[in-house]
Design a binder for this molecule. Structure first.
Ligand code: XMP
Length: 518
């Protein structure tokens, strides 16, 4: 098995640390994010990074117990890039000086101009004499550390870019990982090239390693995988199937809350196209009966989560002695974030997953996507030959249409919702907008309204269209459809779907809204 060249990101709690990792992954560099308080000298030795990046963070180096890297970090002889708070940490520890606050605030967009000296990591910068960067900092550096020189300044940050080229230590006041630093990616590219990375992190290489790892972990044991029809569990299943063939059985639970044609699509693809052992558990009666009369969103979610575990457990027995459970867990789910509040965060929604399963069933986990970001999972799916139409599918939540039908769920409402949703998606595809949108769906509202069709009165449901753009589902904005598109879609839904006589468009962003209605 290959040991990839590794870069370590020491996280000091910045909101955008994950973006650093993404920029590096785009350069085919393998990196991991670890919180500062979990990184000691022994960890550094074991991780053996080829380069290190200090993230930004909300702290002040003057604060009691201020986040710091381990003492030995500067003796490893590897290049280090410090960003924002990371820059201050470097100056503070290497003999420079940091001062509280800043004379003139410099948050947001700023322009950096070069000094006369050249610096490798700035190759390709300053073609127009200056570069736009994104600043966001509290304290500021007032004296740079011995051995450092200034390579870029901005009106309010005389030490915007500093470096000790001999030791290959670089420190920038701004955030090169964000979009608003247009040449930021170039800076990272220069940094990893200077550190000697060859770009060995490719999906082809990952696929081979992952297959070898799965085989080594599982041996000749049996594995089961809950298949939701989403991209993550599907890619995990195909990868594991490639590794261990029929030792893997997938269980697809149809809870009666899927979209139009969804169960058939998933089952056909996996059973017929991939020839994968697949249990299609049609448990819609069980779920829909249990949800009868339930209108509270959290009760819905918890009921579905509990039943899902029961059903999965029941069907897993049929497989006969599976000792491993496969899950499509992604890297953002396993990154341990730095918590400064210390307290538990508020539960907005109880997300449905098979989290409780492994302990309950005494199974070990196989999680071959644990190191990947969502876009990398899609790339791996392409590498494994999954159809593009499948890989590009919008996310669909575990509780399915239950949370798109606010209030009580009935089979009649679900049937109406499925039809309206299919028309909306058809419209989006027809207008070639599907790939521009993160997620689009219809929510059927628990209100009936009066309308007039032909010469008659109607008294039918209202629905809301929801379509958002997003990078990771954490924040989102509504999609700016044209009025023509919205008008045409409303007309089609009202004409084609019996039971709906009013269509609205949800223009709430997240926050303050959430993407789903419940
Ligand atoms: P919200 O509604 O919280 O959704 O803004 C963010 C993203 O998560 C999806 N979502 C879920 N996915 N199980 C899932 O697998 C869930 O219980 C669940 N709830 C929301 C949602 O569709 C959106 O993509």
């Amino acid at each position: 098995m290959n040991q990839h060249e590794r870069l370590l990101i020491i996280d000091f709690g910045s909101q955008v640390t994950q973006l650093i990792a993404r920029r590096l992954r785009e350069l085919n560099v393998f990196c991991e994010i670890h919180p500062f308080n979990k990184v000691d000298d022994a960890f550094l030795a074991a991780f053996a990074p080829k380069a290190i990046i200090f993230s930004g963070g909300p702290s002040s180096v003057f604060a009691e117990g201020a986040p710091m890297p381990p003492a030995g970090v500067f003796d490893l002889g590897v290049p280090i890039l410090g960003i924002c708070y990371g820059q201050q940490v470097m100056m503070h520890l290497l003999g420079g000086k940091v001062e509280r606050g800043h004379g003139t605030a410099e948050f947001g967009r700023a322009f950096v101009t070069p000094t006369t000296d050249k610096l490798d990591i700035l190759d390709g910068w300053f073609a127009e004499g200056r570069e736009q960067v994104w600043m966001s900092h509290g304290d500021h550096v007032s004296h740079i550390a011995p051995g450092f020189k200034v390579f870029g300044t901005s009106p309010n940050a005389p030490f915007a870019i500093t470096a000790d080229p001999e030791r290959r230590f670089f420190a920038v006041q701004f955030h090169p990982e964000v979009h608003h630093t247009p040449k930021g990616a170039k800076l990272y590219e220069n940094f990893v090239r200077l550190a000697g990375f060859t770009g060995d992190w490719t999906m082809g290489a990952y696929r081979e390693d992952a297959i070898a790892k799965i085989r080594a972990q599982v041996g000749d044991a049996k594995v089961i995988c809950g298949l939701s029809g989403g991209v993550d569990s599907s890619v995990a299943a195909v990868l594991i199937h490639e590794a261990i063939g029929d030792q893997l059985t997938c269980v697809f639970v149809d809870h009666g809350l899927l979209r139009q044609g969804e169960a058939e699509q998933v089952v056909t693809m996996f059973r017929d196209h991939y020839n994968m052992p697949l249990i299609h558990a049609d448990e819609s009666d069980l779920f829909l009966n249990a949800l009868e009369g339930v209108s509270d969103p959290e009760v819905k979610r918890k009921t579905i989560g509990r039943l899902f575990i029961d059903v999965f457990q029941k069907h897993a027995h049929e497989v006969g002695g599976a000792t491993f459970l496969a899950q499509g867990t992604l890297y953002p789910d396993v990154i341990e974030s730095v918590s400064f509040s210390g307290g538990p965060s508020v539960t907005i929604k109880s997300h449905h997953n098979v989290g409780g399963l492994p302990e309950k069933m005494g199974m070990k986990l196989v999680e071959p996507l644990r190191e990947l970001f969502k876009d990398e999972v899609r790339a791996l799916g392409r590498e494994l030959g999954l159809p593009a139409s499948f890989i590009g599918r919008h996310p669909f939540p575990g509780p399915g249409l239950a949370i798109r039908c606010p209030g009580e769920i009935t089979r009649e409402k679900l049937a109406i919702l499925r039809k309206a949703d299919a028309v909306f998606i058809d419209q989006i595809r027809k207008h070639d907008l599907y790939d521009e949108i993160w997620q689009a769906f219809v929510a059927l509202l628990p209100v009936k309204t009066v309308g007039v069709m032909g010469d008659g009165r109607t008294y039918d449901y209202a629905c809301a269209l929801r379509a958002v753009t997003s990078v990771d589902g954490m924040t989102a904005d509504y999609y700016p459809f044209t009025h023509d598109f919205l008008g045409e879609t409303a007309t089609r839904i009202i004409n084609e779907v019996q039971g709906i006589n009013r269509v609205t468009y949800d223009i709430t962003s997240k926050p303050p809204g959430t993407i789903e209605w419940e």
